[in-house]
Write a protein that binds this ligand. Structure first.
Ligand SMILES: Cc1cc2nc3c(=O)[nH]c(=O)nc-3n(C[C@H](O)[C@H](O)[C@H](O)COP(=O)(O)OP(=O)(O)OC[C@H]3O[C@@H](n4cnc5c(N)ncnc54)[C@H](O)[C@@H]3O)c2cc1C
Length: 496
C-alpha cells in the first residue's frame, strides 16, 4: 500500500520522461497492459502491432533489470486491467494519455496524470498561443516555436534571414542516375520472435518480411545516426518527391520511435543542429527538417487537444462514400502511384508524407469518401499512427472535413502534380494529361469533378478562386463530370 503504481502505456517507453522520470524501485511498481482492445480491436497492419508489442516488452525487461517490480498483464481493456491492481497501491499515476478515449477511461478510475513531456509544447501553452491568433496557421506557430525555443535564431532573427526555404526544397526526383540512401535493417531477437508467434493466428493485414523497424532504444538511435549520416544533407530538396527507385528517399523514418518515446524531439533536434554546425548540411535541409519536428509535429498534437473530442466527427463536405476496395489490395488497381503506395503500406506500414497526403488522402477526397472511413484505415495501417496525430492530419489537413479550421484550402491535385513530383506516370496505364478519355488519369478527371461538385462550398474562399476559375473555363466540363461519375463508380466497385 506504500508504493505508487505507474501505468506505462505502449507509447510511453522512456525512462527519463513523464511518470518514470523520478521513479525508483523502492517506491514505485510498474504495470503494462496488453488489452484485447489493442490486439483484436481492429485489423491492424502486422508491422504496427508487432512494433508496439515488442518495443513495450523490451522496455518492460529493461525496467525489470533495473530492479523494478514490473507487471505485464493481459486484460479486456487498459482501465479494467489497472483497476484490478488498484487496492494494493497508494495511488496510480501515468503520463497524460495520447487519446481522448484512454484519457476518459483512466480518469474514470481515478488515475492521476503527469504532464506528457514527450512533446516540447505543453497543451496549455498551445491553447494560449491558439487563443492569441486570428487563424491557426502552422507557419505562424512554427515561427513562434523557433523564437520561443531559440532554434536557428540569431539576434532574434531567423538564421540566414529567412524563416522558410520551401522554394529551394520540393524538387522532383532527379531524372539521371542518383544514389538514394540505404537504411539499417534490424536483426530480430527472442522477444521479437515471441511476438511474431503471438501474431501468427490473428486477422491482420500486411507482412513482417521487412526488418526495417527495430524495437529497442538502441535500434532507434541507430536509425537516427543513419539519417544524420546518409539522408539529412538532401532531406530538403527531395522531401516532397516520390520515386519507384527508393521507398524512403531522404526521409528520417523516425516517427515510429518518436511516437512511442524511444526517441525524444529535443534529442533529435540537438543531434541535427550539431550535424548542421559541422558545416555538412545546408541551411535549407536543416530548416526543412527542424520545421517538421518543432513545427508540424507539435502543431498537430496541439490542435488535437485544442479542437476537442468531437473534432474527429467533422464532415464539412458531407462526404459519405465507403473506402475504396483498392485500399485493401495493392494489386487490384492499374493506377501505378496508388498500387506502389498501398504496396508500401502493406510491406512496411509506412510511406512518407506526400504519398499519404497527395496519393491516398487526395484519392479519398476526390472520391468523396467519408473522412472517418479514411481515418480508421490509416489508423489501422500505419506504424506511426496514434489518435493525436491521425485525427488532425486526416480530418483537417487531408480531407478538409473541418471546413478550413486547420488548412484554409483542401490539399487536392490532379495527375499533373503527381506526374511532376514522381516517376510513377511513365509506365502507368493512365494518362495524366487528359480528363475525359477511357485511359485518362482518375486523379485528373476527379480533380475537376471535386471542384465542380463542391463549388458552392468554396465560392467564398479566396484561396480557391484560381482553381474554381480554371474549372469554369473548361469547355468539356459536362463530359468531365460524366466521366468523373463513371470513374467514382468504377473505383467504388474495385474495377479501376
Ligand atoms: C494523412 C496523413 C496521415 C499522417 N499520419 C501520421 C501518423 O499517424 N503518425 C505520424 O507520426 N505522422 C503522420 N503523418 C505525418 C507524416 O506523414 C509522418 O510523420 C512522416 O511521413 C513520418 O516519416 P518520417 O519519420 O520519415 O518523417 P520525416 O519526413 O523525416 O519528418 C520528420 C518528423 O517530422 C514529424 N512530422 C512531419 N510532419 C508531421 C505531421 N504532419 N504530423 C505529425 N508529425 C509530423 C514526424 O515526427 C517525422 O518523424 C501523417 C500525414 C498525413 C498527410
Amino acid at each position: 500500500m506504500d508504493k505508487t503504481l505507474i501505468y506505462v502505456a505502449h507509447d510511453n517507453l522512456n525512462r527519463n520522461k513523464g511518470a518514470l522520470a523520478g521513479a525508483q524501485p523502492e517506491t514505485h511498481s510498474i504495470v503494462f497492459v496488453e488489452s484485447q482492445q489493442m490486439i483484436k480491436g481492429a485489423r491492424w497492419n502486422r508491422q504496427r502491432l508487432f512494433f508496439l508489442l515488442s518495443a513495450a516488452r523490451h522496455f518492460a525487461d529493461e525496467l525489470k533489470t533495473e530492479g523494478f517490480e514490473v507487471m505485464y498483464i493481459k486484460s479486456k481493456d487498459s482501465a479494467s486491467g489497472i483497476q484490478s491492481l488498484s487496492k494494493k497501491y497508494r495511488e496510480i499515476i501515468c503520463v497524460e494519455p495520447s487519446s481522448y478515449r484512454l484519457t476518459n477511461s483512466l480518469a474514470d478510475i481515478g488515475v492521476r496524470f503527469v504532464p506528457n513531456d514527450l512533446f516540447l509544447t505543453p497543451r496549455a501553452l498551445f491553447e494560449q498561443w491558439s487563443k492569441s491568433q486570428k487563424s491557426l496557421k502552422m507557419e505562424n506557430f512554427y515561427r513562434w516555436q523557433r523564437q520561443r525555443l531559440g532554434i536557428l535564431i540569431s539576434d532574434g532573427e531567423p538564421l540566414g534571414g529567412r524563416w522558410n526555404y520551401d522554394d529551394e526544397n520540393r524538387e522532383p526526383p532527379p531524372k539521371s542516375d542518383y544514389r538514394w540512401p540505404t537504411y539499417p535493417h534490424h536483426k530480430r531477437d527472442s522477444i521479437d520472435e515471441e511476438v511474431i508467434v503471438q501474431l501468427r493466428d490473428l486477422n491482420l493485414s500486411g507482412s513482417l518480411d521487412e526488418t526495417i523497424w527495430g524495437t529497442t532504444r538502441k535500434a532507434a538511435l541507430a536509425q537516427l545516426e543513419s539519417f544524420l549520416k546518409s539522408s539529412f544533407a538532401n532531406f530538403g530538396p527531395f522531401e516532397d518527391a516520390m520515386t519507384v527507385k527508393s521507398w524512403a528517399l531522404h526521409h528520417s523514418l523516425l516517427s515510429p520511435y518518436l511516437n512511442i518515446g524511444l526517441l525524444t524531439p529535443d534529442e533529435i533536434i540537438n543531434a541535427a543542429l550539431k550535424e548542421f554546425e559541422k558545416g555538412n548540411i545546408s541551411l535549407a535541409s536543416c530548416e526543412g527538417f527542424i520545421r517538421q519536428i518543432i513545427g508540424w509535429r507539435e502543431y498537430i498534437n496541439g490542435l488535437y487537444w485544442y479542437f476537442g473530442e468531437k473534432y474527429r466527427e467533422s464532415n464539412f463536405l458531407n462526404s459519405k462514400n465507403p473506402l475504396l476496395p483498392l485500399f485493401e489490395n495493392s494489386g487490384s488497381t492499374k493506377m501505378k502511384c496508388v498500387s506502389e503506395t498501398i504496396a508500401g503500406v502493406e510491406r512496411r506500414g509506412w510511406v512518407h508524407h506526400i504519398p499519404r497526403l497527395m496519393i491516398l488522402s487526395n484519392l479519398a477526397a476526390l472520391c468523396d469518401v467519408s473522412p472517418v472511413e479514411l481515418l480508421t484505415w490509416m489508423r489501422n495501417n500505419f506504424i506511426d499512427a496514434a489518435d493525436w496525430v491521425m485525427v488532425p492530419n486526416v480530418i483537417g489537413m487531408s480531407m478538409h472535413a473541418d471546413g478550413g479550421r486547420m488548412s484554409t484550402k483542401p490539399y487536392i491535385a490532379g495527375g499533373a502534380y503527381i506526374s511532376r513530383m514522381s516517376d510513377y506516370c511513365g509506365d502507368c496505364a493512365y494518362n495524366p494529361k487528359t480528363r475525359v478519355e477511357d485511359d485518362s488519369c482518375p486523379f485528373t478527371t476527379l480533380y475537376w469533378h471535386y471542384l465542380y461538385r463542391n463549388r458552392d462550398h468554396f465560392k467564398k474562399n479566396h484561396r480557391m478562386f484560381q482553381q474554381l476559375n480554371g474549372m469554369k473555363k473548361l469547355r468539356d466540363i459536362e463530359a468531365t463530370i460524366t466521366r468523373g461519375n463513371e470513374v467514382i463508380e468504377g473505383l467504388l466497385a474495385g474495377e479501376i
